[in-house]
Design a protein around this ligand. Structure first.
Ligand code: KE4
Length: 426
């Protein structure tokens, strides 16, 4: 494929943007080569500035669950823009989106909207510390909760991809308040509570970790986490920035039947515009300014443009049984992937929940980050480029998760399967 214009533009980008990107995982550092530059996107496809078209399994890292540039989302954004892009004044759309979030997620009695998932998790952690008057936080290795100082400890996603799970610039005095444990390890979690009696403000977890690849929670692990938090007066925070509104109306917590005290959201609820949210028990949320002592704010929080996009996308999810459609597409992709692995004689590990999936280039069952790290990253990199050259775009890192949208079709998946069979032999 000719990507000469992307290469030229990347040279310019490197002059003005660190690494040529505004978010590290986009830089293809884990897979080598030069990132392509998107020209436009529609439905299940992205077109680059050289005119190459790709079936997109990144879906802008989750937001485009209805496909790129859905006509009803675009129309809603255009109509909202004509009335002004931001007021900094309460508006009806932010109330409507808040109401919808509270209706879709039973554990969310009140919610505060932000401009990113990072703001949501950062605010939820501060709220938990303010509510409990405690400082320590428990997280899990490989989980990524955005680039929050307290949570950039053994983090996943881009931090893990670049080998920087513990970022520079995070003061040791702060990092030492974050205990990072192996996921799916009940004994480690129990020990952490026992050794820090009365000091844990919250446990924050991706209920189905998707930033070290996709890692299934073992039966009982989240239930035990819930019990230990309750017994120890710590809050349970589910980071559902990826899984919320994607795996079910009520997200992973609906699927898994575990009720957190606070939840964080993003991506799908913004319809492709910058939106995050955190919410949960009203008695906790009412500790937020202007009611309570925990400060949190945002110039563009709840802005009408982003609200319009998010509401349009959620309405589409409400009107059509999208989750059943995504499950059907996901099952087809899983079946084709397993068939391709079998014919290639590769005993690799594949996990899927609905429209979220991950092919680990290891034969080991992946229960925690150390398992994910046994993946053959060189093979993954060859596979990535072999797919890209066949018009299939997956995340440029083994430590990410793939997404399907409602715009993907059975034919798209058939086309992907053919490319996949060849790419596995790269
Ligand atoms: P943002 O600040 O990027 O909106 O959200 C941070 C975040 C929080 N929690 C979870 C579970 C997340 O997955 C994310 C962000 N996801 C990554 C993809 N793994 C965003 C892609 C990127 O960093 O460019």
């Amino acid at each position: 494929m000719n990507r000469s214009r992307s290469q030229e533009l990347f040279e310019q980008a490197l002059r003005y943007l660190p690494g040529g990107v505004n978010s590290p995982v986009r830089a293809f550092r884990a897979v080598g080569g030069t990132p392509f530059f998107a020209q436009k996107a529609g439905g299940a496809r992205v077109e680059d500035i050289d005119g190459n078209v790709y079936i997109d399994y990144v879906c802008t890292w989750g937001p485009s669950i209805m496909g790129h540039a859905h006509p009803e989302v675009i129309a809603a954004v255009k109509a909202a823009a004509d009335r002004g892009t931001s007021f900094g004044i309460p508006n009806s759309l932010e109330v409507e989106l808040a109401r919808k979030i509270c209706r879709w997620v039973p554990s969310v009695e009140k919610v505060r909207l932000t401009n990113s998932g990072t703001e949501a998790t950062m605010s939820a952690v501060r709220l938990a510390r303010g509510f409990t008057h405690r400082d320590k936080i428990i997280k899990f290795e490989g989980c990524y909760h955005g680039h929050v100082d307290s949570l950039l400890v053994k983090a996943g996603s881009g931090a893990l991809t670049l080998g920087q799970p513990d970022s520079a610039g995070v003061p040791a005095a702060l990092a030492c308040l974050t205990l990072s444990l192996p996921f799916n390890d009940v004994d480690a979690l129990s020990r952490a509570f026992a050794q820090n009696k009365g000091e844990i403000a919250a446990v924050i977890v991706e209920p189905i970790p998707a930033n070290a690849g996709l890692i299934p929670p073992l039966p009982g692990f989240l239930e035990t986490m819930r019990k230990l938090c309750t017994e120890n007066g710590a809050l349970l925070i589910f980071d559902e920035v990826m899984t919320g509104f994607r795996l079910a109306r009520g997200g992973a917590q609906e699927l898994l039947g575990v009720r957190p005290d606070l939840s964080c959201f993003g991506k799908v609820i913004g319809g492709g515009l910058p939106v995050g949210a955190f919410g949960g028990r009203a008695d906790i949320m009412d500790h937020l300014a202007p009611l309570g002592p925990v400060y949190q704010a945002g110039t563009l929080s709840g802005n009408p443009l982003a609200m319009a996009a998010g509401l349009a996308q959620l309405r589409l999810l409400e009107e059509q049984d999208i989750f059943a459609k995504l499950e059907k597409l996901g099952a087809q992709l899983e079946s084709e992937t397993r068939a391709a692995l079998k014919s290639a004689g590769l005993p690799y590990t594949f996990y899927r929940y609905g429209s979220m999936f991950c092919l680990f280039f290891t034969s080991r069952a992946v229960r925690q980050l150390s398992d994910a790290r046994t993946a053959d990253l060189d093979h993954f990199a060859r596979f990535f480029h072999a797919l890209l050259d066949r018009g299939i775009y997956i995340a440029p890192s083994q430590f990410e998760t793939g997404f399907l949208s409602a715009a993907h079709t059975a034919d798209d998946i058939e086309q992907t399967a053919r490319a996949l069979s060849e790419a596995l032999r790269a």
